[in-house]
Design a protein around this ligand. Sequence first.
Ligand code: CA
Length: 231
Amino acid sequence: MRILLVEDDPALSLGVASGLEREGWSVDVLGDGEQAQSEGLVGQYDLCILDLGLPRRDGMDVLRHWRSRGVRMPVMLLTARDELRDRVAGLDAGADDYLVKPFDLPELLARIRALKRRAEGRLEEVLKLGALQLDLTQRELTHDGERVALSPRELALTEMLMAKAGRVVPKDSIVTRLSSWEADFSENSVEVYVHRLRKRFCELGVVIRTVRGFGYVMELANQTEAAAGNT
Ligand code: CA
C-alpha cells in the first residue's frame, strides 16, 4: 500500500512515517498544503493521512479541492483541535476518518488497516491459501500454525499476492506499491523479492508463477501441476 502523509511537524511525521514503513507500507511525506494538493491530484496513492493545520493551505481546503476534482482515495484527518465542529466539517468535506492529536501509533495503524479493508471491500482480517495464513491485524504469516518470518517488504508483497491468489498481480502495480520517493525500487527489485519468496514458499507447497511480460500469480503447487496437465 502506498500512503501520502501530509504533516508539517517534522518529529511527528518522522515517527508516523517509520511506523507505517514497519508495517511494510510505502510512505511519501509532505509538509505543505499547496504541494499536497497538487500531489494528491496526480500521485497514485491508496490512502492519505492529512493534517488540518498546514502551511500555505489548510488541510480542510485541500480535502475539499480533492473531492471536488473526483479524488476518491481514503483520507484520514489529523487534528489538534478537539472540537466537534472541526470533526463534523472534516467528515462533511469527505474525510473517511479522523484522529485527534496526540494519538497512539497503534491506534493510527489499526484505523488505517480498517480503512484499507473498507476501500478494498474486504472485511475479513485473515488471508488464506492452503495451509498458509496471513493475519492482517497482527501482520503475521503462519503455515500450519508455524510462524514464517518475513521482512516488512516481503510481507507486503506476500499480502498483495495472497489477496489475489490464483489471479495475476501486475508487476508495475507491485513496483508502485512497494516504492517510495527515497527508495530506488525497480522491476529488478521486484524480481529479487519474488526470488526470495519463492525459495521460502517452495517447501510450503506454494508457488509464485511468472506470467511473462505481465506479472505474478501465487497459487498452491498442485494447482500449477494441474494447470500444466501433469497430474
Ligand atoms: Ca500542523
